[in-house]
Design a protein around this ligand. Structure first.
Ligand SMILES: NC(=O)C1=CN([C@@H]2O[C@H](COP(=O)(O)OP(=O)(O)OC[C@H]3O[C@@H](n4cnc5c(N)ncnc54)[C@H](OP(=O)(O)O)[C@@H]3O)[C@@H](O)[C@H]2O)C=CC1
Ligand SMILES: N[C@@H](CC=O)C(=O)O
Length: 414
């Protein structure tokens, strides 16, 4: 018999409890053992729960019970999740989590502790909600040298963008709905400012490239500045605007490129068709080429599915998974944003000069864009690919000529 404890009974935790009891019989068959969910830890009271007798408020009850060998941490945030996870691993308990903030900050350290105690620290649910991506990366795609990963990694922002620009819902209403549906982070600014997607690309980059990548080193921009006008220009050139997290291996030992930004992607591309709460993650391997993973990226049951899958994996494991690991680093392994090479969409307004003519002069051969109702003093165009340093310098010169830059969005070819 394997005893399990769940820390945190919110959206994901309550989903884990439901899925566990609903599918207990088949989970036991898959694990090859009897399983029980012995404790549920939360700060709140749940007197009406079917499982009220399993609730505890003192973490030490779980830590000190040697019959508990798998702990699910779905409290979220850094503390006390970090302290609890360390303590459990050090006591020889495997830990399963959906907490990407914790993995992105302390993943290398926690994986090292798990290895030293011959237990597992599994976090399939930390990226892509219900989509299998962590295990495919380090197991199914193990034959490959991963060159690049790019994806829509945040369900809340993809849901908001879809609601706003397909259905005309306001930003605030779309966000409120995402919160009601259990998609958003406790602080939804983490979603809309790109921090959540940043944590996820850091986890994927750490695993794919073998050295810990910290969120503080990765440039992240959210969706709050995207306007209806930008969406119209994107549509006019066969594109959609998506929040894309991406990471690319550096050539010949150079630092990796990683960032999270809104981007124009072709409407016909694999990522251009990913809408609502769905996520899509493209992995480029040297043997397999492009593989795309798609599914619900947030929500109670999709996320619980990934968590419970990891619980079964822990129950079956006889030792630590050797391939789920990366080296500790002090950071600094990501190239500065200015080195990134990209084409850029710019929307400008000018009252004094013809901004498009100035743009051509400054950027070279730009692609002019149009939209219905474009004011005569507005210009929108896509620059040729250049480093962001060069684009920043040209934008500065444009502004010196009296042109206001209203929008600046990267153009990607995924
Ligand atoms: N929601 C989603 O779709 C997804 C979430 N995640 C991640 O999963 C984690 C959990 O998310 P989610 O379930 O949405 O968050 P919730 O806020 O819904 O759940 C967290 C639960 O933990 C409780 N809690 C807070 N502090 C403690 C504590 N010290 N001890 C015990 N319990 C505590 C909270 O109680 P109280 O509310 O009273 O503070 C709440 O019930 C986060 O890391 C999140 O980023 C990952 C993938 C998808
Ligand atoms: N807030 C996150 C939840 C899942 O990771 C998201 O919207 O993607």
């Amino acid at each position: 018999m394997i005893n399990i404890a769940v820390l945190g009974c919110g959206t994901v935790g309550s989903g884990v409890v439901d899925v566990f009891f609903k599918n207990k019989e088949s989970l036991e068959k898959k694990a090859g053992q009897e399983l029980d969910l012995k404790y549920i830890l939360d700060v709140r009271d749940f007197p009406d729960s079917l499982y009220a007798d399993r609730f505890v408020k003192d973490f030490n009850v779980i830590l000190n019970d040697d019959s508990v060998s798998i702990v699910v941490e779905v409290i979220g945030g850094l503390e006390p999740a970090h302290e609890y996870t360390r303590a459990c691993l050090e006591r020889g308990k495997s830990v399963v989590t959906s907490n990407k903030e914790l993995v992105a900050q302390y993943g290398a350290e926690l994986l090292d502790i798990a290895h030293s105690r011959h237990v597992n620290y599994l976090f399939e649910a930390s990226v892509g909600g219900g989509i299998p991506i962590i295990r495919p990366l380090h197991m199914c795609l193990a034959a490959n040298r991963i060159e690049e990963i790019a994806g829509i990694l945040n369900g809340t922002t993809n849901f908001i963008l879809t609601k706003m620009f397909r259905e005309g819902v306001t930003f605030d209403s779309a966000l409120a709905l995402a919160q009601k549906l259990g998609y958003a982070e406790r602080n939804p600014a983490d979603d809309v400012e790109g921090k959540d997607a940043c944590r996820k690309i850091c986890i994927l980059a750490s695993l794919a490239f073998g050295s810990h990548v910290y969120p503080r080193d990765v440039y992240a921009e959210g969706i709050t500045r995207i306007t209806q006008e930008d969406v119209a220009y994107a549509a006019g050139c066969g594109s959609v605007i998506k929040l894309i997290g991406r990471a690319k291996r550096g050539v010949n030992g150079a630092p990796i490129t990683a960032m999270v930004t809104p981007a124009f992607v072709s409407h016909d591309s694999q990522l251009g068709n990913v809408d609502d709460v769905f996520n899509g993650i493209l992995v480029r391997g040297d043997a397999t080429g492009d593989v795309v993973f798609y599914g619900k990226g947030a929500g109670k049951y999709p996320t619980a599915s990934a968590v419970v899958g990891d619980v079964i994996e822990c129950a079956k494991a006889t030792d630590t998974s050797p391939s789920l690991r990366w080296e500790k680093s002090n950071g600094g392994n990501v190239a500065p944003r200015e080195d990134n090479v990209t084409a850029m969409y710019l929307r400008c307004r000018s009252f004094e000069s013809n901004s498009l003519e100035d743009a051509v002069e400054l950027f070279g051969k730009v692609k002019a864009l149009s939209r219905d109702g474009k004011p005569s003093n507005e210009a929108a165009f896509i620059t040729p690919a250049a480093t962001e340093r060069e684009i920043d310098a040209a934008c500065k010169k444009l502004e010196e000529k009296g042109v206001s830059i209203l929008s600046k969005i990267r153009v990607l070819d995924y």
